[in-house]
Ligand binder design. Structure first.
Ligand SMILES: Nc1nc2c(ncn2[C@@H]2O[C@H](COP(=O)(O)OP(=O)(O)OP(=O)(O)O)[C@@H](O)[C@H]2O)c(=O)[nH]1
Ligand SMILES: [Mg+2]
Length: 450
């Protein structure tokens, strides 16, 4: 059952429009007392409230007119949240909206928590978790494409696909269980089961592959700046971000931890990670930093391999090259403002000066060209959060286990355990089952009032 006892019977309110001045401010109140509280503040007494109708009234608190407002009453379950609810459209402006909110609170509402309206909508079964997450993504959308995908999910795109897979899996499970319960009566075709299960697994795998790409649209393309110490990685990060984010010195080994920044380059959202220079070292702190650099290499969609034109290609560069050559990397010769020592690499590279800014536009262009394919292929994906991505990965793991089990002739009751585990992952994905912790994590990202 979807019941969240701690919050259930309370009435809460929040300002739902952004802070600041605008023509209209929106204040929302939700819960069993919401209608009563608002009626108390209305200048006109209306006994027979019509729902979903706009009333034009004055709000009065402590004998003072707060504002002239429009408001709409919603009756459960016909509201966004599924609870009784009132939306008040007052004049925009920090003071007015605050005063309306204060009056609601003084009359019995409490302040809403982050994302609490959407949380109620989820708990009342108005939306599933994927839809709730897309509301957040719609608000946060960083590109038009990301917005489009989030909108499709709000209409249920990913949820529907998962429901379908879930249905197929339930059918398979039913077949298996009948044969477990009536081993003498039911002849089961193992090949058929295998093929059906494999078909589900292939679809999940496809979702995962699309998802990896789709995440770039909603969260950004991950780019790591990697190289030996002192090549100018931090200088380059600062240059790309247009701000002094990372410390720059001429001492090799300056950057110890991964430093991240986000920026749009030619319409693509990037999460850029500046990493500790990679070299053999005995310094324990530097060692940890270097381990983290290696991790960033594995996570990155594109790697900028920064080389130093004053030193040329050294053994240290060779050491790093061996570690990144299987990834999507772009060699960048830095410090070309000095007398340079560039030894031609076989592969095409870019020449820049992070210090003077020379070549940076060219570099940005190359970077975007390199990730274009990733981005375009992500447009078919409906996976928009890491939570969804990871749940799919776990679901796949169980399917894969079940398939392997079938192959080596394991008993059906063992196979059915993996299938059930996979079903659990699907349920978590759409929010058929959930924990309070999970909800807290998801909704804590929201703003108050949504
Ligand atoms: N001449 C010149 N110097 C540069 C350029 N880019 C960086 N430097 C200098 O190189 C030194 C090292 O720069 P950083 O950005 O700290 O290098 P890093 O790669 O982050 O170094 P670690 O964090 O130690 O790995 C500093 O003195 C910078 O001013 C450049 O394009 N030209
Ligand atoms: Mg650095």
């Amino acid at each position: 059952m979807k019941e969240d006892v701690s919050l259930e019977r309370e009435t809460f309110a929040a300002i739902s429009s952004p802070v600041g001045t605008g023509a209209i401010g929106v204040v929302r109140i939700n819960g069993p007392e919401s209608h009563k509280i608002v009626k108390k503040l209305m200048s006109k007494r209306i006994d027979d409230i019509k729902y979903r109708m706009v009333y034009h009234v004055e709000l009065i608190s402590e004998n003072q007119i707060i504002d002239e407002v429009n408001l709409v009453f919603y009756k459960a379950p016909n509201s966004f949240t599924g609870d009784d609810m009132v939306e008040i459209y007052c004049h925009g402006g920090v003071i007015v909206t605050r005063k309306v909110l204060d009056a609601l609170i003084r009359n019995g509402a409490r302040l809403a928590e982050r994302g609490e309206f959407t949380r109620r909508a989820f708990l009342n079964g108005k939306i599933n978790l994927i839809e709730a997450e897309s509301i957040y993504r719609i608000i946060e959308a960083k590109s038009e494409k990301a917005l489009k995908i989030a909108m499709q999910n709000l209409k249920g795109a990913l949820g529907k696909e998962i429901e379908e897979l879930r249905e197929e899996l339930l059918n398979i499970l039913a077949e298996i269980e009948v044969s477990i319960d009536y081993p003498d009566d039911i002849e089961i075709d193992e090949n058929k089961i295998y093929m059906k299960l494999e078909a589900v697994a292939i679809k999940v795998k496809k979702k995962i592959l699309e998802g990896r790409k789709g995440l770039h649209l909603s969260t950004g393309v991950v780019m790591a700046i990697v190289g030996k110490p002192n090549t100018g990685k931090s200088t380059l990060l600062n240059r790309l971000l247009y701000e002094d984010r990372a410390i720059v010195t001429d001492i090799p080994g300056t950057t110890r931890d991964v430093i991240k920044g986000e920026i749009d380059i030619r319409g693509v959202h990037f999460i850029i990670a500046d990493t500790a220079g990679i070299r053999k070292t005995e310094d324990p702190i530097e060692k940890i930093g270097i381990e983290r650099s290696i991790k960033e290499i594995q996570k990155a969609d594109i790697i900028l391999f920064v080389l130093d034109a004053t030193t040329g290609f050294t053994n240290e560069d060779e050491y790093i090259y061996e570690r990144i050559k299987s990834y999507n990397y772009l060699p960048v010769w830095n410090k070309i403002d000095t007398n340079n020592n560039i030894k031609e690499l076989e592969i095409p590279h870019i020449e820049i000066s992070a210090l003077t800014g020379k070549g940076i536009r060219e570099l940005e262009k190359k970077i975007v060209e390199r990730v274009k394919e990733i981005i375009e292929s992500g447009e078919t994906s409906h996976v928009i959060t890491y939570r969804q991505y990871e749940a799919l990965q776990r679901a796949y793991k169980y399917l894969d286990n079940a398939l392997k089990g079938l192959k080596i002739g394991l008993e059906f009751d063992v196979i059915s355990i993996d299938i059930r585990k996979c079903l659990e992952e699907f349920d978590k994905l759409i929010g058929r089952t959930f924990s309070d912790d999970l909800l807290n994590t998801i909704f804590s990202n929201f703003c108050v009032g949504k």
